[in-house]
Design a binder for this molecule. Structure first.
Ligand code: F0G
Length: 482
């Protein structure tokens, strides 16, 4: 919630918490940054955290924990079966979503594996506003297909559309009719959308999607991993939500969905994953896979202390003073970058700021991975680790051809309750420098390309010597600064 400053020019987002535990950071000299990124195969996933100044790779499992969360960890009840800790998790899930049936999984993608194992058969389709990498990998692994039905407005990089994650409802109806409800394994709503800029889905749109599912007898599934940011956007951008309690919004959604799952690395400021449903039928259908892949039904591969932290963190996801911090810092960063003329996805979404690399380096073709090239340039510029969310993060088609991403993005995640505003300002400043020197940035080519989820461990090298030129320019402009 924004606090109004007396002097308008002083207005910035204000943290409603204070920092009581700190971690020292190191910013290496630019020559060492060059060496580190090249040794990491120009893949920011392969950088060592000790070599990173601002870790903006992800908001997953790296959010700041509250004192209450840390305190709760000391009462964790460590038993193989029937732990009290699981009861506290169940109570928190019930408080947030109103659901009674809860299955644990070690993280979000494990929940996706279980969901896919239970419902996806060869030749089936899954309909969703947009895919997420791990979701799609599990579905296609089992012979299913992913069909994306995000409203086309969502793919326009800059607009003032408040809900760019919305489904095209007409296209959803048409798709269910085209394939037939029996071939639709489920409809999945990702709120907010990860790969298209953390853009939210409106309450109205989500409820309409659920209604269409019910009309055709198709299962509705909510991926709630990014729901806390999405609920913030509903509160501030959707008139009907303005005066609703956050809990009312979570409950309204949950009442309409057949199945909800989430990564507690995001929702819940902790670690782990959860699947929950009002109707026991669904959890019964998925239950057998939990002991098989995850662990017993009262821990599902999670560590009990993380479960305690999740239980407290879920309740914090109802608190606007906590959930506004991420989106407000992101909006600040996006607005700074926009003022500097840097192409960035607008309006600001959740999760992080997203640089539109197709515009930053328009001459680098998709198959030289422009978004990853920008990621390496930004690490060189400022020790800032972002994540490529473009063609490199796609899977090749079954025939081996590249699948070009709709948007070539570099994501700068803003983990919740972690960075200070001066660090965010530093980030904006180094992005601006990199942007002003974008003519130096060149493409990348494969050294080794894994078949599955290649962005995690693939290795690339620069084409030519553009990274060395960027370092020389940095020295010329910044003198002996780190
Ligand atoms: N769904 C969404 C929308 C996600 O953003 C993620 C993870 C998952 C599912 C999978 O959850 O990581 O706990 O297995 N997103 C992370 C990211 C990895 O960095 O965007 P997980």
């Amino acid at each position: 919630m924004s606090v109004k400053f007396y002097q308008p020019e002083n207005q910035v987002p204000l943290e409603m918490h204070k920092v009581r535990v700190v971690q020292k950071l190191s910013l290496l000299p630019v020559e060492e940054r060059l060496k580190c990124i090249q040794e990491a195969g120009n893949n920011t996933f392969l950088l060592q955290n000790k070599d990173v100044f601002m870790d903006m790779l992800t908001d997953s499992g790296v959010n700041g924990m509250s004192d209450q969360q840390v305190a709760s960890m000391s009462i964790a009840d460590d038993s193989y079966a029937g732990s009290e800790t699981f009861n506290r998790v169940k109570a928190a899930v019930k408080e947030v979503f109103g659901t009674d049936n809860v299955l644990p999984a070690h993280q979000g993608r494990a929940a996706e594996n279980i969901l896919a194992e239970a419902y996806v058969k060869p030749g089936m389709v899954t309909l969703m506003n947009f895919h997420f990498t791990t979701t799609k990998a599990h579905i296609t692994r089992l012979g299913g297909e992913v069909i994306e039905l995000v409203d086309k407005k969502g793919l326009i990089p800059k607009s003032d559309d408040p809900f760019k994650g919305n489904f095209d409802l007409k296209a959803l109806r048409a798709a269910i009719k085209k394939y037939g409800p029996e071939k639709v394994a489920f409809v999945r709503i990702e709120a907010g959308t990860n790969l298209i800029g953390g853009q939210p889905v409106s309450l109205e749109n989500m409820l309409a999607v659920a209604d269409i599912c019910h009309e055709f007898g198709v299962k509705s599934v909510l991926d709630a991993s990014l729901l806390q940011d999405n609920v913030y956007f509903m509160k501030v951008r959707e008139p009907q939500c303005k005066f609703m309690e956050t809990k009312e919004i979570y409950r309204l959604l949950a009442d309409k969905m057949d199945i909800i799952y989430f990564s507690a690395r995001k929702l819940g400021f902790s670690r782990g994953g959860i699947i929950t449903a009002h109707d026991k039928k669904f959890t019964d259908e998925m239950m057998e896979f939990v002991p098989l892949y995850e662990g017993f039904l009262t821990y599902g591969g999670m560590e009990v202390r993380s479960m305690e932290a999740m239980a407290v963190g879920l309740l914090e996801s109802l608190d606007m003073e906590y959930i506004s911090q991420g989106p407000e810092f992101i909006a600040y960063l996006v607005n700074e970058l926009d003022k500097y003329g840097v192409p960035v996805i607008k309006p600001a979404g959740g999760l992080g700021a997203h640089l539109n690399c197709s515009e930053i380096v328009p001459n680098i073709p998709h198959n030289q991975y422009p978004a990853d090239a920008v990621a390496t340039a930004l690490y060189i510029a400022g020790g800032i680790r972002g994540m490529e969310r473009g063609t490199l993060s796609e899977q090749r088609e079954p025939d081996g051809t590249e699948r070009y991403a709709e948007l070539e993005l570099l994501r700068l995640a803003v983990p919740r309750r972690v960075f200070t505003l001066s660090q965010i300002k530093y980030c904006a400043d180094r992005v601006k420098w990199m942007y002003d020197n974008r003519n130096l940035i060149g493409g990348l080519e494969w050294v080794s390309e894994p078949k599955v989820l290649r962005f995690f461990f693939g290795r690339l090298k620069e084409i030519g010597y553009w990274q060395e030129e960027l370092v020389a320019k940095f020295r010329a402009d910044f003198g002996d600064s780190l």
